[in-house]
Write a protein that binds this ligand. Structure first.
Ligand code: GEK
Length: 242
């Protein structure tokens, strides 16, 4: 699949809130790999977890699927019969390109795409749910209800994979890890202008929380265990089991 490199913020632009529109969808694979440390490792683990957790006759959900990387990983990892992967995104541009990515591969497990808000999407008979860098775009006050609904729709023993950008209570650590992330972006070819314009565009669109908030909330909604299995600077991934 051809993908363009991300130069969206390379020239001075008027500061407007970040949107998952056509221009973002076109460069998304390049953007996420150069911006999110650990992304490839997480996608690989999604494949492995799917192999381990998904049972016959169950559903898997990829909520905020973008171009379907996690769905493709689950589809590769699942070796059980009569399963279905349900991939959801509310960006038409993302979902259109996602369909092309999905069509480019053969699947023994079908992938069903839904143009919908994940806040309205029913979750049922789920062996695996992926929220890979999506919860951070949901309004803070709606996050608990969404996670409760996901929990209710999961089968006992099912796994939730939740990846997020986070903040730290300690301002020194927060600054240090934010700067290390910016260095990571610079090493991947982004300029200071690109980094600062993107940061401004994401202000109030992406609202990170602390790791502690995430783990406490997951325990509160009922997950029997929740643990951070990966951290790279201010990016983490959690596994929670029902
Ligand atoms: C990956 N998981 O490659 N309903 C549905 N989709 C939403 C909503 C919502 N309320 N809010 C945001 N999105 C992917 C990467 S990207 C992460 C996920 C990032 C969608 C949005 O349209 C976008 O496609 C995705 O969530 C977030 O594994 O860009 O940092």
């Amino acid at each position: 699949m051809n993908t363009k490199s991300d130069t969206l913020f390379s020239a001075p632009v008027k500061s407007t809130p970040f949107q998952f529109d056509k221009s973002v969808a076109e460069v998304f694979p390049d953007m996420i790999k150069r911006s999110v440390p650990g992304y490839d490792i997480i996608i690989k683990q999604i494949e492995k977890l799917a192999g381990q957790f998904v049972k016959n006759n169950t559903n898997c959900f990829d909520l905020g699927c973008s171009l379907g990387a996690a769905s493709l990983a689950m589809s590769k990892g699942i070796h059980q019969d009569d399963c279905k992967i349900i991939a959801v995104d509310n960006s038409e541009a993302m979902l259109g390109r996602c369909q092309q990515h999905i069509n480019a591969f053969k699947h023994s497990t079908p992938v069903e795409l839904h143009l919908a808000d994940i806040l309205d999407m029913p979750v049922e008979n789920a062996a695996m749910v992926v929220l890979n860098f999506t919860l951070q775009f949901i309004q803070n006050e709606k996050r608990s209800a969404l996670l409760s609904r996901i929990y209710e729709g999961m089968n006992p023993g099912g796994v939730l994979l939740l990846s997020e950008k986070i903040i730290f209570k300690n301002p020194t650590i927060n600054r240090l890890l934010t700067n290390l992330h910016h260095d990571f972006k610079k090493e991947n070819g982004y300029s200071d202008l690109e980094i600062s314009q993107k940061r401004n565009a994401l202000e109030n669109v992406l609202t990170p929380e602390t790791l502690d908030n995430h783990l406490t909330r997951l325990n509160r909604v009922g997950f029997s265990t929740a643990t951070c299995w990966l951290q790279q600077f201010n990016f983490i991934s959690i596994i929670a089991i029902k």
